[in-house]
Design a binder for this molecule. Structure first.
Ligand SMILES: NC(=O)c1ccc[n+]([C@@H]2O[C@H](COP(=O)([O-])OP(=O)(O)OC[C@H]3O[C@@H](n4cnc5c(N)ncnc54)[C@H](OP(=O)(O)O)[C@@H]3O)[C@@H](O)[C@H]2O)c1
Length: 326
């Protein structure tokens, strides 16, 4: 629980009563919780929430009790969720029954907990924010990271050429393992001036044209390079701010870089109806079950070590997904 916004040490383990599910809700026994940047933003106060606050925006577990008028689920069903439950860093959470996702048989609950937020995000980024196809060159930052590793695999599956970035040489093998050729993996740690050197590297790999689309979840440190890496009328998909939020900027920059488009999307707008949520979830869970999509869990921590999990994510040392287990 977070009583007051602050650093990772603001996360404290506390005993509270098991909540009762209300109408349309389900009580879930949490088996694993995915760790996401949004949890750190809510912990630190970058995104304001009501405190005390139980963090955790996704997880997986089993149905422990049903609220009134819940007919779609039974006690014992294995389920996952994103942003539709009370905090997932807890032994029990209350979830909105209409937003719960079934976990396919054969998928472990820690892998299921790692999928909803980053997997559904990668799905909407590569299919809907921009629909990638074989003609496209896509610049994908933090390709060894949570969203980046999944978006990279989805982009390759769509036939696109991916120019992938990593922050250090240690992350290159993971990205190569997804099928990105070594020449298309750019180590940002080796560039002296990201803002000029990265666009030059992207242009070298795109016949001087630049990428059709750039997926930028790093934000403050990379946004200028993102705009400079796109081709005329390319699309900047600024979906996050792992390095900090992008400062207000002059829209004339879009003009100067070649009539660019910019979108700043969020998952809730791409899972706005139960049908859309279920369709995306079925596709992503199905791909993981069929081993067409690899969820790489880079670190697992017990719930009591949630602070260490946040430190790891914020330190830029993580690869793939960080999961808390109960
Ligand atoms: N809009 C949405 O729908 C949506 C959904 C999910 C997540 N997000 C956002 O997307 C961003 C990435 O999320 P994620 O869960 O996929 O994270 P992640 O990729 O697992 O971790 C962030 C990565 O960003 C890179 N990075 C570069 N500069 C950094 C810095 N100063 N501090 C920390 N990391 C830095 C690091 O990779 P390298 O070292 O390889 O550069 C790091 O591993 C977050 O801002 C998150 O809130 C948005």
């Amino acid at each position: 629980m977070v009583r007051r916004p602050g650093g990772p040490a603001a996360l404290r383990q506390t005993e509270i009563d098991i909540p009762e599910p209300g109408p349309g809700q389900v009580l879930v026994k949490v088996a694993a919780a995915g760790v996401n940047f949004i949890d750190t933003y809510r912990r630190s106060g970058v995104y304001r929430v009501d405190y005390p606050h139980i963090p955790g925006s996704e997880g997986a577990g089993s149905v422990a009790a049903l609220g009134e008028a819940v007919t779609d689920w039974a006690v014992g069903d294995q389920v996952a969720w994103a942003e539709s439950a009370s905090g997932s860093y807890a032994e029990y959470a209350l979830a909105d029954a209409a937003q719960l996702l079934p976990v396919p048989p054969g998928l472990t609950l820690d892998v299921a907990a790692a999928i909803p937020l980053q997997g559904l995000t990668a799905d909407y980024l590569t299919r809907s924010a921009y629909e990638l196809g074989p003609e496209d060159h896509a610049l994908i930052y933090a390709a060894a990271g949570g969203v980046g590793s999944l978006a990279t695999q989805m982009a390759l599956a769509a036939g696109a050429r991916v120019i992938a970035t990593v922050g250090s040489a240690a992350k290159i093998p993971a990205v190569a393992g997804f099928g990105v050729p070594g020449d298309d993996i750019v180590n940002l740690g080796a560039l002296t001036d990201l803002t000029t050197a990265l666009p030059a590297q992207v242009r070298e790999r795109t016949d001087g044209q630049g990428a059709h689309v750039a997926y930028d979840g790093i934000g403050r440190d990379t946004f200028a390079a993102t705009l400079a890496s796109l081709r005329r009328r390319g699309l900047a998909v600024l979906y996050g701010g792992a390095s900090g939020q992008v400062a207000p900027f002059d829209p004339q920059e879009l003009n100067a870089h070649g009539s660019l488009y910019l979108t700043r999307p969020k998952l809730a707008d791409y899972t706005a109806t139960p049908a859309e949520l279920r369709e995306r979830a079925a596709r992503v869970f199905g791909a993981v079950s069929a081993r067409r999509l690899r969820v790489s869990i880079g670190a697992r921590f017990p719930l009591a070590d949630a602070a260490r999990a946040h430190e790891t994510l914020e330190s830029r040392r993580s690869q793939g997904k960080i999961v808390l287990y109960l």
